[in-house]
Design a protein around this ligand. Structure first.
Ligand code: ZN
Length: 267
């Protein structure tokens, strides 16, 4: 998508994705993206403004702000938009937050140290001195939902509170396919072998720049052995008696509920 640095006029109208140190400015009443004219937004000295998309024929702008004086109650994680009825808000917010991070962390060339500039016709930062060009980083991550008869394997990582379980997740390493990463992660985290991998969907996850890719798999062999320092506990759960799981707006939450619905339909 075309995206470049802009000089706006006072009356330019659109949706304003204002990002300051990873947080989005949302309206106080409804926790939504502010809409209106540029001169109503009360943003002092924006560092950079880019066009990041369109929603219902209105432009969407990213404004990277470094203003430290803003009221803290206005700033929220993109997660606050997950529960909006329209999924598009979380997707646009993900894009905005990730691009802001990219712009803020690529001011200087990683190869020669010179100042970098935003390319006018594509979303990239370019060093005019040595020609090094960078694109926004996206870190692919696999989620694997493993079934064995009428049960699903769920695990709790050290990051999760007691009682909260999810499917296994891990980052794809350099040179790996998504499928290889899924097989490796499952074996590393719980010591079991899987088979019959099927793609289940994807979701951008801007914390800070992941792309979740979901797979369903069947159990093949092995006993659960939790990876130390990573997995606190793991086990097979009946679909009729699931513990606390991620919300339905997340890919993992959606996959677990889908399998649960399919299993109860089979009975
Ligand atoms: Zn350079």
């Amino acid at each position: 998508m075309k995206s470049h640095s802009l000089q706006l006029k006072h009356h330019d109208q659109g949706y304003w994705f204002v990002v300051n140190r990873g947080k989005l400015k949302l309206t106080t009443e409804s926790l939504s993206i502010p809409f209106g004219a540029w001169n109503q937004q009360q943003i002092t000295e924006p560092e950079m403004i880019c066009h990041i998309g369109q929603w219902q024929e209105q432009p969407c702008y990213l404004v990277v702000s470094n203003d430290q004086q803003q009221e803290p109650e206005q700033w929220h994680s993109a997660r606050a938009l997950l529960e909006q009825a329209e999924q598009v808000w979380f997707e646009l917010a993900s894009r905005a937050v990730q691009l802001a991070l990219f712009l803020q962390t690529h001011r200087y060339c990683g190869q020669c140290g010179s100042k970098m500039q935003l390319v006018s016709w594509e979303l990239a930062m370019l060093c005019h001195k040595c020609g090094h060009r960078c694109y926004p980083r996206i870190s692919p991550c696999v989620l694997v939902a493993i079934c064995k008869e009428q049960q699903i394997l769920l695990a709790r990582s050290k990051r999760h509170k007691p009682g909260f379980f999810s499917i296994l997740a891990g980052f794809v390493e350099s040179g790996e396919t998504l499928e290889q990463a899924a097989v490796r992660e499952v074996y590393e985290e719980v010591g079991i072998r899987i088979q019959n991998l099927r793609y289940a969907g994807s979701q951008p996850w801007p914390f800070p720049h992941s792309l979740m890719t979901g797979f369903l798999a069947d159990y093949h062999s092995g006993d659960i052995v939790c990876q130390e320092d990573e997995i606190e506990e793991a086990g097979w759960f009946d679909f009729a008696a699931l513990p606390d799981i991620p919300p339905v707006q997340t890919l993992s939450g959606r996959m677990i509920r889908q399998l649960q619905a399919e299993t109860s339909a089979d009975e």
